[in-house]
Write a protein that binds this ligand. Structure first.
Ligand code: ZN
Ligand code: ZN
Length: 405
């Protein structure tokens, strides 16, 4: 069987997350998206862990809510502010990990994504000792990505570098970026949403398609390690240009710079702000030619349906009532957002949502949507065929622009 999995989200106890982040809402969002396995996120947080325990455990380390299976995960911020993604096999493994953190007086209740006073190698050792898996989260992003601070896996995880089974690419990268770097050839690449709210425009905006026997943590582990025929068959994600750190750009005014110009300016923008190195530049700097290992699955681009509808009807945000009602009728008709984006025949889309929306979905399927790259913390801009950047960047008064989220 095949299922879709989103292995990195945050609950409402993490900073800057939606107050709607409850498991029933998350399960509903995932179901509407077409994702069957979702990360719990934040499993070291005492309150969130209580809510995890309240769900039904259908297999060790796999919890069910509605039609969605949740697995135990957390992101942590360790030495140099580097973010790591941990996957745990069981509640007892989580408890063991929390107990070992005791002497460090880490404030686990302060944030769903705790800060831990540990280096990469110490953290990896603790993960291994408790049966958990660990790898870098959004590995290429400035500030908190592993490659922002280290030149190699070994630089970050020391002697344990060979025990790192996966790397999360992050919204601004795809497998072309990762496969420039020879040391990553053996790792499984993860594409996850890092969602902070339960709406399907966020949950599952990146996910993985996995071939396995069941939707359980054990099967997921085998797929990550490519054992007994279990494997990742597809990475699905935003076009990397849509990510907010794709290009080198000023984090204050978002002006973008080519690498040589940024170097000449010593990473100081003409506005006085600082230029953050883009994920694209960082990947090219670290590696050479793109060489995909034979196990690397296809990377498939997906843009959230809400964003496509918003562009088609001329709204700057996917969260308006009109966009939502069109989205709802399409999903009601086809079952899931993934189905609408990939399979529903165009005549049926037209009948449900009208020509403009159906044509926009068709443009997406045919690869005719262009993206003006993001950078410096600002998301890229999605453009339908024939659209001008200025027209879509103008937000109506009093309404938050899509790219502020
Ligand atoms: Zn992070
Ligand atoms: Zn600037």
């Amino acid at each position: 069987m095949r299922f879709n999995a989103d292995l990195h989200i945050h609950g409402r106890f993490s900073a800057a997350t939606s107050s709607d982040m409850y498991f029933p809402n998350l399960a509903k969002g995932a179901e509407q998206k077409g994702v069957q396995m979702v990360a719990t996120g934040d499993c070291l947080h005492p309150e969130w862990l209580k809510e995890i325990r309240a769900m039904m455990e259908v297999d060790e380390g796999t919890f069910q809510q509605g039609g969605t299976n949740f697995i135990l995960t957390t992101e942590v911020e360790a030495e140099k502010r580097v973010h790591h993604l941990l996957l745990f096999p069981s509640i007892s493994s989580v408890e063991d990990f929390i107990e070992r953190l005791g002497p460090l007086s880490a404030r686990l209740e302060a944030d769903g994504r705790p800060r831990l006073p540990l280096g990469g190698e110490e953290l990896a050792q603790m993960a291994l000792d408790t049966g958990a898996m660990i790898g870098p989260a959004h590995a290429f992003t400035p500030w908190t990505g592993m490659y922002a601070h280290f030149e190699s896996l070994k630089g970050c995880y020391g002697e344990l570098a060979s025990k790192i089974p996966y790397l999360e690419l992050g919204l601004s990268a795809n497998s072309e970026y990762g496969d420039r770097i020879p040391e990553l050839a053996n790792l499984t690449f993860l594409t996850n949403s890092d969602a902070h709210s339960p709406q399907p425009v966020r949950v599952g905006r990146e996910f993985n398609t996995i071939e396995a026997k069941d939707i359980t943590f054990k099967e997921l582990t085998m797929a990550i390690k490519r054992q007994k025929g279990r494997k990742f068959v597809r990475n699905i994600g935003l076009p990397p240009e849509e990510g907010k750190y794709n290009r080198s750009a000023c984090s204050r005014c978002f002006a973008q710079y080519e690498l040589d110009r940024a170097l000449a300016l010593r990473w100081k923008c003409v506005c006085g702000g600082s230029i953050k190195k883009g994920v694209r530049e960082r990947a090219m700097e670290l590696g050479g030619e793109v060489r995909h290992p034979s196990h690397r699955p296809e990377y498939f681009y997906m843009i959230p349906l809400g964003e496509i509808i918003a562009k088609a009807v001329g709204h700057s945000s996917p969260f308006t009532g009109k966009v939502n009602s069109i989205w709802q009728s399409l999903v009601d008709e086809s079952g899931t957002e993934v189905e609408v984006l990939m399979k529903t025949p165009i005549e049926r889309l037209t009948k449900t949502a009208g020509d403009a929306v159906a044509n926009a979905i068709l443009a997406f399927r045919e690869g005719k949507i262009t993206v003006l790259p993001g950078g410096g913390g600002k998301y890229g801009t999605v453009l339908l065929p024939g659209q001008e950047p200025a027209a879509v960047q103008k937000a109506p008064k009093g309404q938050k622009n899509l790219f502020d989220y």
